[in-house]
Design a protein around this ligand. Structure first.
Ligand code: GTR
Length: 328
């Protein structure tokens, strides 16, 4: 892993050197974009469509080259590459951004949203805008947030049904690399293991972990359903995603290019949601056809079990949490 990380850093450094800032605003630019998901996945597709519009609307001066399927590493690596300007656009989960900008962790707590509709109303409203601004302005981020994307609801998957906290006893469940998630899984009754997304398939396959948790599109698109056959509807996390631009590169852009990028990002956000809604149903149908067993879980029991996490992490966001709860 160390060697792989070193190779990635070297790759990032050479990519940074390769992104020559144009001497004149008229010079051709190819922005690199990255996503952990494969071609065809809603987030990837939305950014590619944005690239096509950008190309058309700048007469071919600006285009986007997509690096899907973790070609540039996991999300931690993508964040780092965007921070140094080796990558212009990165699409990442707010889960991976929590350790970078603490304010975002408010969305990373279990059962913070009543359902996906509630989450959407929050990100579409003033709270969503405030968090985007705070993330762009945080000195630790070195990223400009272009917009939100949807990522549905996360449920546990493994090779046995998990319908109540006791079912998770002794099970190692991969969580995103953020202490909040590890503690959440421990509170849910399992043993949370922080691990990069790029290591997960083989960890599931070889039994390094007994399971993981994610939305149905990810379970399908990452082929995890091939090694984890039971999908238990715990619904413990509803985490939106963001797509960001390297601040270092953003600051060299003309005001006009920034405005155009903002406008097309807004459209990409709307388009991703439509693509997402269609893809979730498709993913569930495909998973069921492939033999994935969907199991209902006692959400109330998981909600109660994770109350200590909301108490521990929620106190510093008390005012914001109240506004989230008050969002109808
Ligand atoms: C997916 C998400 C990815 C990544 C992944 C994970 O739902 O789209 O960006 O965060 O989860 O669990 O690491």
């Amino acid at each position: 892993m160390l060697r792989r990380n070193m190779l990635l850093s070297v790759a990032a450094a050479s990519l940074a050197a390769a992104f020559v800032l144009p001497a004149s605003a008229q010079q051709k630019q190819v922005w690199k974009a990255s996503d952990v998901h494969p071609l065809g996945y809603p987030t990837v597709e939305a950014i590619q469509r944005m690239g096509k519009k950008l190309e058309a609307q700048t007469g071919g001066r600006i285009s986007i080259q997509m690096f899907p399927s973790m070609q540039l590493g996991g999300e931690k690596e993508m964040i780092e590459q965007a921070q140094v300007g080796a990558l212009q656009i990165a699409r990442i989960s707010v889960g991976a951004m929590g350790p970078v900008v603490d304010d975002l962790n408010v969305f990373n707590m279990p059962f913070i949203f009543r359902d996906e509709g509630h989450m959407r109303r929050v990100i579409d409203g003033p709270i969503g805008q405030e968090l985007l601004d705070r993330t762009s302005n945080a000195p630790t981020s070195r990223l400009i947030v272009l917009g939100w994307m949807d990522a549905g609801t996360r449920n546990v998957y493994s090779n046995k049904p998990v319908s109540k906290p006791a079912d998770l006893k002794g099970m190692k469940i991969r969580m995103m690399g953020n202490p909040l998630f590890v503690e959440t899984m421990n509170a849910m009754g399992g043993n949370g293991v922080a691990m990069g997304f790029n290591e997960l398939y083989s960890a599931l396959q070889t039994g390094v972990v007994d399971g993981a948790e994610n939305n149905p599109p990810t379970l399908l698109a990452q082929n995890h359903y091939q090694v984890s056959k039971v999908y238990s509807l715990t619904g413990h996390l509803i985490i939106p995603e963001i797509f960001v631009f390297s601040k270092r590169n953003w600051e060299t852009m003309s005001k006009e290019d920034q405005a155009l990028t903002r406008k097309l990002s807004r459209e990409a956000q709307i388009e991703q949601r439509q693509l997402w809604d269609a893809y979730v149903g498709e993913a569930e149908t495909k998973l069921k056809a492939a033999g994935t067993q969907f199991v209902n879980a006692d959400k109330k029991a998981f909600f109660d079990a994770t109350q200590p996490i909301r108490d521990k992490y929620g106190s510093k966001y008390a005012a914001l949490l109240k506004r989230i709860q008050d969002t109808k």
